[in-house]
Design a protein around this ligand. Structure first.
Ligand SMILES: Cc1cc2nc3c(=O)[nH]c(=O)nc-3n(C[C@H](O)[C@H](O)[C@H](O)COP(=O)(O)OP(=O)(O)OC[C@H]3O[C@@H](n4cnc5c(N)ncnc54)[C@H](O)[C@@H]3O)c2cc1C
Length: 705
């Protein structure tokens, strides 16, 4: 029997004649469920699932709906988890009692059930938290308790379970993905049946979990490796995860370096990069800031500083500028001064001071990004984890360009962009002789040939306002309008080259925004979340990501193919990203290899015109030909057969676990996405339907910790 007494879930239903629309962040796939449940307690969640099951409705959990795939859609019910966002316990064991969570962040102040058996001196830290919590809130909570997440994806707007359920990952190549840090899953499955699922050998497979507040006597405890490996990445197909026990780590600081580079250079390095031997791009120990890799690659590459010789003679008495070599003492003194000047120019003197005396730290994070409209242009972000005593450096917001500010101020008013866009692209323009149709653009005379002036005036006076108007009429975001205007300018060969260059520079600024600060450092919670919330509501975009064995070369072949496609379909306004993550034990996590290389492609998009239709078709085909495994939470076009080919026996085992955990309603969490992806159950054997306690006791005997 499900435990949902007094727990009728609040729900939203459309008024007759109106729809209930659920939007995703990029407004790629709005959908219209029949009902939206908004449970605020476990009992309400159980009630919602029990109702969907009893009424034979299709249902699916909704996190932040940031997925670009259709994984979270449902024809009937969605269960929005946004109100299930608090901790259930204080972080435990309670060794950091000097900094507990604020009372209102933990239900009832937090239970202490786990404190009695989790070793106090084991050096490990855990949280028991509701699964609808957003990463950005979790990061704040953990920071307040002097703890941190060991790793995460790049954005903090996702819900914890929503991100984990699609295998979301970051770029920490020496830290297992976050699904590997889950220690127990509290799932509400079909019929409202509750499941406490852990590995067979687990600290949390104990009878004492029955003492958890609100524990349902009929909840089943399953300590089983395959069930645990299946439920952690399940795209909502196994039910709604109510809460998780997650292992976290003591607070640490991330030092980040962002460097411009070229595809040619990165490609060569990647071809020879081996993570096991710290070769190629992985070879970058952080020592003190003014020595070793950091000094050579970050500090010494600051433009405009040289040393080594001084002019001969007193100031003004050496017109020929003859130089003589420095004495050793002068050279040492000059080196000290130049080093100090470089640190001052980078504004990292505090960082240098804090890191002095640090033992060398190995690199843990590599994130490569390429500008698809100028494919030679790349950036690389590297991060190192250092002790939490290092002070913050450059964590504040970057200066906004006028167009960016207009987007933030007017996310859904494309007409408001016309002024700033025209201003930006005419700021270097002088009217020389309008009658003779000559203009001066950035100091260069244009006109009199190829109708460039006419084209330019048409663009400024007619096309830009027209596109903005069309986008406004279609209900598009300002980001979509900006994308289409830039796309139209670059697609018009009759416009002056100077305006193309200005547009490409603007795109460089947008695509390279995350890499503008050469160095950043701060508490992991402040560095990990790189999402720019200012632009929410204004965005435009689409993306897909494919995962490959990093020890082979297919990921580079795929990246090369994307570069060619970006050339064939010029102008492609977007980026290509390459990240590496260790393998995952979750059966259908995309990280199937010891080290997985993921290649993500993101482009702008406008709902009024599918300008990249052919680009995306070719790209998805290329990914499939090269056996790229698609991200469950990004756009994928691969068939059930192709996905079965990627996962093989692991998918078969996943389907078997789904069957065992869905006996109370095998279809309730089935949706179009699961059916077209092969995420459907095989035949159940009743493996977990024995008397729960005895099954649990068998496991307990095998479990020593
Ligand atoms: C701006 C942006 C940045 C991104 N950055 C990254 C990145 O750095 N790395 C990366 O790998 N991906 C990234 N993604 C993809 C994104 O993280 C995933 O698609 C993720 O699943 C979205 O989380 P969500 O909370 O919005 O989940 P939703 O989109 O709401 O749901 C995703 C799936 O999880 C299921 N689900 C949700 N909640 C639960 C629950 N409580 N129990 C069981 N199932 C549940 C849903 O039913 C659905 O199947 C990014 C996406 C965007 C839009």
């Amino acid at each position: 029997m499900p435990c949902s007494s007094n727990g009728n879930a609040p729900l939203q239903q459309p008024q007759p004649g109106t729809g209930l629309t659920v939007l995703d962040l990029l407004e790629l796939h709005p959908f219209t469920p029949r009902r939206e449940f908004l449970p605020a307690t476990k009992a309400e969640l159980v009630n919602a699932v029990a109702r969907s099951t009893a009424e034979r409705k299709e249902s699916h959990a909704l996190g932040s709906n940031w997925s670009l795939s259709l994984a979270g859609e449902s024809a009937d019910d969605v269960i929005n988890t946004c109100r299930l966002s608090r901790h259930l316990a204080q972080p435990f064991p309670a060794v950091l009692a000097s900094s507990p969570l604020a009372h209102d962040r933990a239900r009832g102040g937090g239970h202490t059930v786990f404190d009695s058996w989790v070793p106090q001196d084991g050096g490990r830290h855990f949280i028991h938290v509701e699964a609808g919590i957003k990463f950005k809130d979790l990061l704040v909570d953990l920071k307040a308790c002097r703890l941190a997440l060991p790793t995460m994806g790049a954005g903090g707007g996702q819900s914890l379970a929503g991100a984990l359920s699609t295998g979301t990952h970051g770029a920490d190549f020496h830290v297992p993905p976050l699904v590997e840090w889950i220690r127990a899953v509290h799932l509400v499955g079909p019929g409202g049946q509750e499941w406490w699922i852990t590995p067979a050998q687990s600290l949390f497979a104990r009878d004492e979990v029955r003492r958890l507040p609100g524990w349902c006597p009929d909840a089943r405890i399953v300590a089983h490796d395959d069930a645990f490996a299946a439920v952690r990445v399940a795209a909502g197909r196994m039910g709604v995860i109510y809460a998780l026990v997650l292992e976290v780590v003591p607070a640490y600081v991330l030092v980040e370096a962002n460097l411009p580079t070229t595809w040619h250079s990165i490609h060569n390095q990647l071809a020879h990069s081996r993570v096991k031997t710290w070769g190629g791009v992985f070879n970058a120990d952080l020592e003190v800031v003014n020595e070793g890799w950091f000094s050579q690659n970050v500090v010494d590459t600051m433009p405009g500083i040289t040393g080594g010789s001084v002019p001969v003679g007193a100031k003004g008495k050496n017109p020929a500028g003859i130089k003589r070599p420095l004495s050793d003492a002068q050279s040492r003194e000059l080196t000290v001064q130049v080093d100090a000047l470089k640190l001052a120019m980078l504004d990292i003197r505090d960082l240098a001071e804090d890191l002095s005396g640090l033992a060398p730290v190995q690199l843990r994070h590599v994130n490569i990004a390429m500008n698809l409209s100028r494919t030679e242009q790349c950036w690389i972000t590297r991060r190192w984890a250092v002790p939490a005593t290092v002070r913050d450096s450059h964590l504040g917001p970057v200066k906004r360009e006028p167009i960016e500010q207009a987007l933030i101020d007017h996310p859904r008013q494309p007409l408001e962009l016309i002024g700033p866009i025209i201003q930006e692209f005419t700021k270097d323009l002088d009217f020389l002789d309008l009658a003779g149709a000559t203009l001066l653009y950035g100091g260069e005379e244009i006109g009199g040939h190829g109708g460039q002036v006419t084209e330019l005036l048409h663009l400024l006076q007619v096309q830009i306002p027209q596109v903005a108007y069309e986008c406004a009429t279609a209900g598009a975001t300002s980001g979509e309008a900006l994308f289409l205007i830039l796309y139209r300018i670059l697609s018009n060969p009759s416009l002056p080259t100077r305006i193309h260059d200005a547009v490409l520079d603007a795109i460089t600024s947008i695509v390279g925004a995350d890499f503008k600060k050469r160095v950043r450092a701060g508490h992991a919670s402040d560095v990990l979340d790189t999402h720019n919330y200012d632009f929410d509501g204004a965005q435009s975009g689409n993306s897909a990501e494919f995962h490959f064995d990093a020890s082979a070369s297919d990921y580079l072949t795929f990246a090369d193919r994307v570069v060619s496609l970006a050339g064939e379909h010029y102008p492609v306004l977007g980026y290509l990203g390459i990240r590496f993550t260790p393998g995952s034990s979750a059966l259908i996590a995309m990280q199937q290899f010891d080290l997985t290389a993921s290649v993500e492609v993101a482009t702008g998009r406008v709902r009024t015109e599918d300008v990249y239709h052919d680009f995306w078709t070719s790209l998805h085909n290329a990914a499939e030909q090269l056996n790229g495994i698609p991200h469950w939470g990004e756009e994928s076009r691969q068939s059930k057969a192709a996905l079965a080919g990627h996962y093989g026996q692991r998918l078969t085992r996943w389907q078997a676990m789904l069957a065992e955990l869905s006996t109370d309603g095998p279809r309730v969490f089935s949706n179009d996405f699961s059916r077209s992806s092969g995420l459907e159950p095989s035949t159940p054997t009743g493996l977990f339907l024995g008397e729960p306690l005895s099954m649990y006791r068998d496991t307990l005997e095998a479990c020593s910790d």
